[in-house]
Design a protein around this ligand. Structure first.
Ligand SMILES: [Zn+2]
Length: 557
């Protein structure tokens, strides 16, 4: 997603209020913990009845849940806890039989028949006023609307669920609305078939997402929306159909703004499918919505802040960011929240890569330079916490310059470290291996190590498991007799310790000539070496990192 400025103020405040240290590397490498051990939801079949006034909904959730045994011979768990905040639950059944369920403010406790590994059908009937997750309100023109907005764990306010990104599932939606609403949801729209409409004025819409997605990306939109067709993209490069159909859904007032920046959406999907791998879903809708984020990458149905349409300030960069999330975040999902950069860092970098593709090298470098400035200016997350932050428990506070900008920059430096061929082959391999599943940072590391033949522990540790960035002092000496330049990179008093990195230098001499050279800087207090060429005219400047390839703050003398 993309965080709007007004939310950033709250986030910075949240981060500043509690700032423990970075934690040690061993705890950050701890094995993945299961959020709800012994259970895996395979499918949600959700029926939601929306009101024409007020915020009370009625719902039925039919979950297909695989129960796994704890170990060889060990009995399986006898209670399933489902996240559901506040809603009144009228009935719970397991495999068609009603059960005496328990209820807390946050969860339903469902007793299960004795068993070992098996698959259960758990049905929950519930209802009540929705406080969060499904945003029901009138729009700027007083029209009633409802939009799902679940990130990070707000699905539990309206969907009985195992509400954690480690447990992905397929989802079917049956949505009943008052008349005059267009419904958009994940996946493909289904014909109503023999379904009976419950009352005369009701409108029913059915959608089906055939690929497992995280609960934070399971949404519906129900509003007076008009559809703008964007045509098809990624033909022959889509997983579920020959082509990806794209459309924008907006309020009627935005009709003449369309397609606007969405004219590029087709080229973005085409290019990303070619670069990364097949587009993972049935279609791609872009929806004007009431998400609290600037944009939210719900699987196959991206929701954007409605002000971007009303003010006509939608950007191609945002469209590219949310579109990249369809591959990274939605199809390959971070298994644990501290690895959020696998979603946001990727979307940030692949949006910059779109700029490189569409506008060329200097536009790309300008975007990377701007992103680097944001990292160097950050005083809350970057200097205090590593990107893989195992300490922060406020999930919204993870929407910071570490997860986004520094995560994106880490991918950029990884690409420069191993070269374009190994980098993009590694990304394709990572996507192909973990598509429709979940991943941790080590999974990405293994994929890039496999395609590059390099051992990359040092790279991933220094950029993702330590706070900060290099702050070296660069000095140089000129020996006019030998016509040689010696450069020294001093990291002894660097704020975040010594780093290892390749460093490009450009030597400008008094004759106006320029020579470019790359040196390897060691993670030692001082790296000093003579440049491997003669400089006959006295140097006037030695410029570090002319191509914007290194995240560092240089102090030149
Ligand atoms: Zn994002």
């Amino acid at each position: 997603m993309r965080v709007p400025a007004r939310l950033f103020v709250q986030l910075v405040a949240a981060v500043l209020l509690g700032c423990p240290g970075a934690g040690d590397l061993s705890s950050q490498r701890a094995a993945a913990r299961e959020y709800r051990p012994g259970f895996d939801v395979l499918d949600y079949d959700l029926t939601i009845e929306l009101p024409d006034s007020g915020r009370s909904i009625r719902g039925t959730a039919l979950l297909t849940v695989r129960r796994t045994a704890a170990g060889s011979g060990a009995p399986a768990a006898d209670t399933l806890a489902l996240d559901l905040v506040r809603m009144q639950v009228s009935n719970v059944s397991v495999n068609g039989r009603g059960v005496a369920f328990g209820r807390t403010a946050e969860a339903i406790r469902v007793p299960l028949p004795p068993g070992r590994a098996d698959t259960l059908r758990v049905s929950v009937s519930y209802g009540g006023e929705v406080r969060d997750g499904l945003v029901i309100r009138t729009d700027a023109h007083g029209r009633w609307t409802a939009f799902g907005d679940n990130w990070p764990n707000r699905a539990r306010h309206w969907i009985p669920s195992i509400d954690h990104p480690s447990d992905k599932a397929t989802v079917s939606w049956t949505v009943r609305t008052p008349p005059g609403r267009t419904v958009v949801a994940n996946g493909r729209q289904l014909p109503l078939g023999r379904m009976r409409v419950g009352y005369a004025e009701a409108r029913t819409s059915r959608w089906r997402e055939d690929r497992p997605i995280p609960t934070y990306a399971m949404v519906i939109a129900a509003a007076p929306l008009v559809r703008h067709d964007l045509g098809t993209a990624a033909c022959g490069l889509a997983e579920l159909d020959r082509c990806v159909e794209q459309a924008v859904y907006t309020a009627p007032e935005a009709r003449d703004y369309m397609p606007g920046p969405f004219a590029t959406a087709r080229a973005i999907v085409d290019w990303m499918a070619r670069l990364i791998g097949p587009f993972p879903y049935e279609k791609l809708a872009h929806v004007q919505s009431s998400t609290i984020y600037g944009g939210m990458e719900n699987a196959s149905a991206i929701f954007y802040d409605d002000r971007l349409f009303r003010d006509r300030t939608m950007s191609v960069e945002l469209i590219a960011h949310e579109t990249a999330h369809q591959w990274f975040g939605d199809a390959v999902t971070e298994r644990e929240w501290p690895h959020l950069w696998l979603s946001e860092g990727f979307a940030t970098y692949f949006s910059a890569l779109w700029t490189e593709h569409a506008q060329g090298d200097s536009a790309f470098r300008a975007q990377m330079a701007a992103t680097r400035s944001q990292i160097l200016a950050d005083s809350s997350a970057v200097p205090r916490r590593p990107v893989i932050d195992t300490i922060e428990t406020n999930l919204t506070a993870l929407l910071n310059a570490n997860s986004y900008q520094k995560g994106g920059w880490t991918l950029h430096m990884l690409r420069r470290a191993v070269g374009d061929s190994a980098f993009f082959r590694g990304i394709r391999q990572y996507y192909g291996t973990y598509r429709h599943g979940t991943a941790l940072t080590d999974d990405l590391q293994r994929a890039i190590e496999a395609t590059s033949g390099q051992q990359l522990d040092w790279f991933f540790d220094q950029w993702l498991r330590r706070p900060g960035y290099p702050t070296p002092v660069l000095t140089w000496d000129y020996d006019s007799t030998a016509a040689r330049v010696t450069v020294t990179v001093d990291q002894e008093r660097s704020r975040f310790g010594a780093y290892r990195f390749p460093l490009t230098l450009v030597v400008h001499d008094a004759s106006g000539a320029r020579r470019k050279v790359v040196i390897d800087v060691d993670p030692r207090p001082r790296t000093s070496l003579q440049l491997p060429f003669a400089v006959t005219a006295r140097p006037v400047r030695v410029v570090p990192d002319p191509d914007v390839d290194l995240l560092a703050r240089f102090d030149e003398r």
